[in-house]
Design a protein around this ligand. Structure first.
Ligand SMILES: [Zn+2]
Ligand SMILES: [Zn+2]
Length: 766
């Protein structure tokens, strides 16, 4: 404890673990040590930052307070351990060289949005005036440019630029903000932007580029922009015809586009935002934040085709210096900024490939000559129940590890098929990859394989155990099984979902798991998707699920929600449903419907499903919100978008061997007949699901005496559903765990696979 006698000199050794390297931590320690008249040193070592300081007890205790409180924004302090040591005398405080890197060093900073001081530097006369690659130890590219460890310039894509003497001096000056800033650069020595029209380079003058591009966007043009982790396509967010053209160009009929606003003031005009949402928007990770759209009169309307008529908008703020330069010149307050790729392919990173694919169809292309080594997409988050939930984990979050209580060493988990991320283990940390995408196209599969190899190399993984899904035909499963001659653990999809959430919260005990999603392979050969499990990390028992229904056409049923509506109607009413007054019966060709009935009768291509997503699809079709989906989960998203917030009614359902919604379907059909508003029907349906979850979980608690409930699966991206499920369960004395830092959708599966594999190894089951 700090002593009162301030003249009493002492020395302490401090070990700081966490993400404390490559984020300006040592210069920060240097500054606060000097502030409190301490002498000693700071050094990066294998697993931590090591500090020794001498001074008065009071000053040392103040130093320790500042160490926690004032740490640089991107630093993540996991633990600070303090030991008093024999009193030493040092001449001054210095930063010691770090020579002793070994394979243990694993943490790499994600990319950090440009900081306020660097933005000011862009306004000052000198070599950084309007220089769009400005950065410092507190900001700039990191993961996207890192090729290997330890993190220094020679192992980044900045190695091809040698520092000018001014940059070199800053880099070597301890008190400078650019001390050891590996990507530091200026207009004399650093990368530059290049403007292309067709394939011809027409300028490298930044003012000219800003001017040309701004004019192009304002007149309805589409511009390709090279960003931090990949290419973007940009156009005016207020220009309906530009957006229409952009959709045609990307083959992306309706899926919502993300929008970048100039600043908070202009976005407040168009979207509702609370304090938490604002905090996420301005965080250094600068994710896309899903916000509710405002319908205000007297203001210019954002193009309605932006978000397919949904009530949510994906919004972000500028994060690269170039974005700020554009908005200084642009008259429009918002631009569409969507990934530069064709639908279903990964975001492009390579200049030549981008020119080859896009130069003839965009009006201008702005590229730069700094190579992108690790591809990242913009991340997507949503605030639910006051907590930030990451839906797409990429730029700004990757490759920060998930810290677990498990021995993850050497485990490679291959993830699911859609929305894939994989995961590798080192020590007690799990490194979840950036969002890879849907493993169906060749390009995405190549990206997947290449990134697995990069992670293994980057984090010095020595693979010893592999974890895959149970689905035999997933590309991820096949990749895992053929990865090497190593033991393989197959993890059931929904068990992996629950284990992922457990790992995130460091749970290692028996829990009630509720996994609601679209599809996952079930060991009984059916398509699971609404699973109530009693499980731990090792194993699970399936207690109950939504009743199985035929899914006519298999996977194509999730693309055509009307098929599931027919499946439910036929089950509840028999052929009498054809006499009902429903829009889907008028919109869908009666021959097609007759064919579906035949398929169900004869059990042709009608796998059985318990997928919660399919029930949502069926209801979306009944309410005529989505008959043929033009993007993943369109039906459920439209149902959520329209629901009335203050309705407390619900429909009947039956808890038997399984959870049956026949009465729910009857209630909905009856409400449609009575012309009840769709917003009310949707709310009643959501309330029904929430009650079904609650009553099921309650029955399990009675029997098993477990009060910890873990929620996972893509269905819990639904704000209304998650918030009200949590609050109902908590009111009834359940302890509820849901995802925040790891996606609740299939992007989080790999972490669960890794956790299960780790536990089974510990129990010597593999
Ligand atoms: Zn900076
Ligand atoms: Zn320079």
């Amino acid at each position: 404890m700090a002593m009162k006698d301030i003249s009493n000199d002492k020395s302490v050794q401090v070990l700081v673990t966490g993400l404390v390297q490559g984020v300006g931590f040592r210069p920060f320690v240097y500054r606060i040590a000097n502030r409190f008249d301490l002498t000693g040193w700071v050094q990066n070592t294998n697993e931590n930052v090591k500090i020794e300081v001498s001074g008065t007890a009071l000053n040392i205790s103040q130093f320790l307070i500042s160490l926690r409180k004032e740490a640089p924004p991107a630093a993540v302090i996991e633990d600070i351990s303090i030991h008093e040591i024999e009193t030493k005398s040092f001449a001054e405080f210095i930063i010691l060289d770090s020579h002793n890197f070994s394979d243990q060093i694993t943490e790499i900073s994600p990319d950090i949005a440009v900081c306020a001081e660097c933005l000011q530097d862009m306004n000052k006369p000198g070599t950084r005036l309007n220089y769009a690659f400005v950065n410092c130890t507190n900001c700039g590219p990191r993961f996207t440019i890192i090729q290997d460890l330890p993190y220094d310039r020679g192992k980044t894509t900045m190695k091809s630029f040698s520092m000018c003497s001014d940059c070199q001096t800053e880099y070597e000056t301890i008190t400078d903000r650019r001390f050891h800033a590996q990507p530091t650069a200026c207009a004399i020595c650093g990368p530059e932007y290049e403007l292309f029209k067709n394939k011809k380079r027409i300028s490298t003058n930044i003012q000219e580029i800003i001017d040309c591009v701004s004019k192009c966007i304002e007149s309805g043009g589409i511009v390709l922009l090279k960003g931090l982790g990949g290419m973007h396509l940009a156009c005016d967010a207020f220009n309906e015809s530009a957006i229409k053209r952009l959709r045609e160009l990307k083959n992306r009929e309706e899926k919502p586009f993300a929008v970048m606003f100039r600043d908070l003031e202009s976005l407040k005009i168009h979207a509702k935002m609370d304090a938490k949402e604002e905090q996420s928007l301005v965080s250094w990770q600068r994710p896309i934040v899903l916000l509710e759209k405002k319908n205000a009169p007297n203001i210019p309307e954002l193009a309605s085709s932006l978000n397919a008529g949904l009530n949510l908008l994906g919004i972000m703020l500028p994060y690269m210096p170039l974005h700020y330069l554009f908005f200084r010149r642009l008259k429009t307050a918002a631009i569409v900024l969507t990934s530069g790729n064709f639908s279903s392919e990964p975001i492009l990173t390579d200049n030549q490939a981008a020119l080859d694919q896009f130069s003839s169809i965009v009006d201008l292309a702005v590229l730069h000559n700094r190579e992108i080594y690790n591809r990242t997409d913009d991340s997507v988050v949503r605030i639910i129940a006051g907590t930030q939930r990451i839906f797409r984990r990429s730029r700004g979050y990757v490759p920060a590890p998930v810290r677990t209580e498990l021995n993850t060493e050497g485990i490679v988990a291959f993830g699911a098929e859609l929305t894939n991320c994989f995961c590798v283990g080192k020590g007690r940390k799990a490194f979840l990859s950036q969002h890879i995408g849907d493993l169906q196209g060749l390009e995405t599969t190549l990206f997947y394989e290449k990134t697995i190899a990069q992670f293994i190399q980057l984090f010095r993984i020595n693979p010893s155990l592999l974890a895959v899904d149970m689905h035999p035909s997933y590309i991820s499963t096949k990749t895992g099984i053929h990865f090497g001659d190593l033991p393989v653990v197959q993890v059931q999809h929904h068990h992996a979902h629950i284990a992922s959430c457990m790992a995130e919260h460091r749970l290692d005990e028996k829990v009630i798991g509720v996994a609601l999603d679209g599809t996952g392979y079930g060991p009984d050969g059916n398509t699971w998707g609404s699973e109530f499990l009693v499980c731990d990390l090792n194993d699970f028992t399936r207690i109950t699920h939504f009743e199985y229904l035929p899914m006519p056409g298999g996977d194509s049923a999730s693309e055509e929600p009307w098929r599931m509506a027919v499946s439910y109607l036929y089950k509840v009413y028999g052929k009498d449903f054809l006499k009902l007054d429903l829009s889907l019966l008028k919109l869908i060709d009666s021959e097609k419907i007759a064919l579906i009935i035949q398929m169900i009768d004869k059990k042709i291509n009608c796998p059985l499903t318990s997928g919660a997503g399919r029930l949502f699809d069926a209801v979306a079709s009944l309410l005529n919100l989505s008959q043929v989906a033009s993007f993943q989960a369109e039906g459920p998203m439209r149902l959520e978008a329209i629901l009335a917030q203050n309705c407390t009614e619900s429909y009947r359902f039956v808890l038997g061997q399984t959870i049956q919604f026949d009465e729910t379907i009857r209630g909905i059909v009856e409400d449609i007949r009575r012309k009840v508003e769709v917003s009310i029907i949707s709310a009643k349906f959501h309330n029904t699901i929430i009650l079904a979850i609650f009553e099921t979980v309650n029955a399990i608690r009675m029997k098993e005496n477990i009060s910890n409930v873990v929620l996972s699966g893509g269905v819990f991206q639904n704000k209304y559903l998650l918030e009200r499920t949590i609050s109902l369960l908590e009111k009834n004395d359940f302890v509820v765990y849901s995802h925040a830092a790891v996606p609740t959708n299939d992007g989080g599966i790999a972490l669960g696979q890794l956790a299960v594999a780790s536990k089974r190894r510990e129990l010597q089951c593999v």
